[in-house]
Each structure stands twice: as C-alpha cells, then as structure tokens.
Design a protein around this ligand. Structure first.
Ligand SMILES: Cc1cc2nc3c(=O)[nH]c(=O)nc-3n(C[C@H](O)[C@H](O)[C@H](O)COP(=O)(O)OP(=O)(O)OC[C@H]3O[C@@H](n4cnc5c(N)ncnc54)[C@H](O)[C@@H]3O)c2cc1C
Length: 405
C-alpha cells in the first residue's frame, strides 16, 4: 500500500516476517531493533526448537529466498541454526534493504496531538499518525511518525521475580547481577561456571527443564556438581507434561527432567511446594538462599542453602511502557491484549501445538492501527508458538487494509 508507513518494534522472527510481508505489499516499513537482528533467539541459540522449521517459517519468507539453502521442513534447528539459516538471510532480503535500524530502542509510542484519553473510538484518532520516540547511540533521541505500528518486541529478557507471589525475594534486587534469568549454555561455553559447583534452579517450565537436563549431564561428568531444583506447586512431578504430546523433543525433555528429579541416585535435589524467601551474598562470595517449603499440614519449613549459582527460569512479562500513552485494553492476569487473552483463557489445551489462532478480531484494540503480535501478544502466557505469530501477521494486515481504505 504505497504512501502508508508501518513501524515495527523488534527484529525477532515475527518482526522480520511482518516486515517482509509489509514490503511485499508495498508499505513503507521501518523496523527498530534495540540490539541486533534476532537477539533473543541468539541468546538461547544453543537450545533446540521443539517445532520443525516448516512451521516456524512463513511461506512468503521461504518463497522470498529461492536461492538460499533452506533447512528441510521437518528439521529441528537450534536457535543459532534458525538464525543463521533463515532469519539472517531474511533480514538481508533486498526488499528489506535500509528498513531495519539496529541498536535503536523504541522508548515509547504516542499519537500526534492526541493524548491517551482523547477521541475514544473516533476515526480522527486513526487518522493522526503514531509518534515513536526512539533512542540510539548514533542518532540520540528521535521522533518518527508512522500510520500503523506492529509491536513485535517479545517478552524474553523482561524477567519475573523469584519470591513468593512474584514479588522480588528479600535481597534479590541487590543481587540480580549474580542471578541467571535467561538460559545459560551449561554444557557449552558457560560450562566452567556450573561444573563442580552448587547450582540452584527455580521454575517448572520448559526453560527450567532444559537447564535441569543440561545440569544432569554435567553431574554425570563431574561428580562435585550439585543441583537443587525448586518448584512452587505441590505436584507429583516437577513438570506436568502434555498427554500424547506430538512433539517428540518436548515430550523427551519433560520425561528426562522428571526422571532426574525422581531418581534418588541423581545429584538433582527436587524441592516441590517451595520458593525463595531471601537471598544474599556470603563473605566468601557464595550465595546464601533461604528457601521456604509449604508442608501438607499448612505450615512451612525454612532451610538455608549455600550455593554458587542461581538460575531463575520463572517466566517473562511484556514491557507495557511502550504503549502506556495509547488506548490498549490489557488483561489483568496475563498482561496480554484483552480480546486475545480472553480467547486464550477459554483455550483448555495446554498443548500449544493443538492451538489454532483465535481469529482476526482478537488482535483488535481500542487503539486503531496498533497491533501487538508475536510472543508479546500472549503476555505472561508462555504457550506462544511461531506458527500462531505467522497467522497473526496475515490477520493484522487484513485489519490494516480495512483501516487504510
Ligand atoms: C528457549 C526457547 C525455545 C523456544 N522454542 C520454540 C519452538 O520450538 N517453537 C515455537 O514456535 N516457539 C518457541 N519459542 C517461543 C517463541 O516462538 C520465541 O520466543 C520467539 O523468539 C518469539 O518471537 P518474537 O519475534 O515474538 O519475539 P523475540 O524473538 O523475543 O524478538 C523480540 C525482538 O524485539 C527486540 N526488542 C525488545 N524491546 C525492544 C524495544 N523497546 N525497541 C526495539 N526493539 C526491541 C528484542 O531485542 C528482540 O530482538 C521458544 C522460546 C524460548 C525462550
């Protein structure tokens, strides 16, 4: 659509796919990326995706790279392979030349001459351009205008906290530099930090399971390596898993992590119904963690562990400061956009593979022309899949076409 400008925040897989989709329809596009292309995927580059390349990539993306040596549709790539073999070539596509501004952070987004409470539900709000305040070392602060905005800035890296109820544990804020909130490469480049050490892992999702399995293999090579694993619910196994999971990699990961927790001979010490109450640094540089475990009788026991590393895989949340001056209706539980969040709450299956995209309408917000896509659209709900994000892009452009008409 010539003459219409689309600004995209984030050059992750969904931001890049959306940018190409827009350029193939002749929109003017600018993508702002606070780091480098696909920074988040590269940060967990050593982890293997559990869904195959064929559903992680779009038809239009693969079609635009006829000369690239693309992976097979059923290939299970690591993050680094997905980046090198697909996302990087996609970002270098001639149609995206000059469109991606790396090392440029979007600070916040508003509407020219319209404050947050103005012109609710009026067409005049749509007709006024968005103003994006950006910052980069090269250009300092700038204000850029756009007719439509796609917020594809993900959630990875905006970590949740370790303590009870999701608030920081006592001392956590002061010690956060010593805590791994992402996914360290335990059997690769970060091995020396974890081998022969006492390591605490907190969390019960697939990230925690990935870390536990990696630590499990370290304990087999280095007998001095010890692992303590805290999960907050009182369940029979740390991960509940999905009945009849069709994704082999994910099913194997769940089974292996649960097996390590159950095996008394393994060096993985699992504490269910537990959370971190306090964390601090001892004079010898080690970390002292007070953990609280709820008892079946309704009380709680406290225990102090002296450890070397804390890996907090306790989830991520969206950065809502980007759109706090816009009219966004968000869910009070997941912090995702309300309509989509409501549809996801009605989705009973824990298996994200069986999820279908809840439909075009669920992407709509009170703010016309603004769409939250990709992992950020699910807020704190970790079930997002790239396959869904690719469907969202097509739906968002149906809405944009109607709004631009
Ligand atoms: C370990 C792991 C394994 C996963 N495996 C799978 C899998 O097998 N299959 C699957 O379908 N999904 C998987 N996912 C889930 C999901 O598909 C990925 O998280 C995916 O990277 C989401 O893509 P995205 O583009 O929405 O966000 P991201 O990849 O998080 O990209 C967001 C981008 O926005 C940038 N950014 C953030 N804030 C700003 C700002 N203010 N200004 C400018 N730029 C900004 C970031 O630097 C980043 O580059 C996995 C996730 C993780 C963490």
């Amino acid at each position: 659509m010539p003459g219409k400008r689309i600004a995209i925040t984030g050059a992750g897989p969904i931001g890049l796919e959306a940018a190409l989709y827009a350029r193939l329809r002749d929109f003017e596009v600018v993508v702002f990326e606070k780091g480098n292309v696909a920074d988040n995927v590269r940060s967990w580059g050593h982890v293997r995706l559990f869904s195959p390349f064929g559903i992680n990539s779009s038809e239009w993306g693969r079609g635009a790279l006829p000369d690239a040596d693309l992976p097979a549709a059923d290939a299970l790539l690591t993050g680094v392979e997905f980046f090198g073999q697909y996302l990087l070539p996609l970002s270098q596509h001639p149609r995206l030349q000059g469109c991606i501004q790396e090392n440029t952070r979007v600070l916040t987004i508003g509407k020219r001459h319209f404050w947050k409470g103005d012109a609710i539900g009026r067409r005049s709000r749509l007709e006024s351009p968005f103003t994006l305040l950006t910052e980069s070392q090269q250009n300092g602060e700038q204000v850029i205008e756009a007719d439509f905005v796609l917020d594809c800035s993900g959630t990875f890296g905006n970590h949740n906290w370790l303590g009870d109820g999701g608030v920081p544990a006592l001392g956590e804020r002061q010690l956060s530099e010593r805590i791994d909130y992402l996914l360290p490469d335990i059997t690769g480049k970060d091995e020396s930090r974890f081998a022969g050490r006492r390591n605490l892992v907190v969390g019960s999702g697939y990230s925690a399971a990935t870390v536990i399995v990696a630590l499990g293999s370290l304990t087999e090579q280095n007998y001095d390596t010890e692992v303590f694993w805290l999960t907050r619910k009182s369940t029979d196994t740390p991960l509940s898993g999905i009945d009849g999971d069709t994704l082999r990699g994910r099913a194997d990961l769940t089974a292996r992590a649960n097996e390590l927790a159950a095996n008394a001979a393994s060096k993985i010490n699992w504490f269910p119904a537990s959370y971190v109450r306090q964390i601090g640094k001892a004079s010898d540089g080690s970390i002292q963690v007070t953990i609280e475990t709820n008892t079946e009788q309704g009380g709680a026991n406290c225990k102090v562990l002296t450890i070397d590393n804390v890996i907090a895989n306790v989830g991520y949340h969206p950065d809502r400061s980007l759109y706090e001056e816009l009219q966004i209706h968000e869910c009070y539980a997941s912090q995702g956009p309300m309509k989509l969040a409501a549809a996801l709450m009605g989705e009973s299956s824990a298996n994200c593979m069986t999820q279908s995209s809840p439909g075009t309408d669920t992407l709509k917000n009170p703010e016309p022309g603004f769409y939250i896509l990709g992992a950020k659209s699910y807020g704190r709900d970790s079930r997002f899949l790239l396959r869904i994000g690719l469907e969202q892009i097509q739906s968002a452009f149906d809405l944009i076409a109607a709004e631009a008409a």
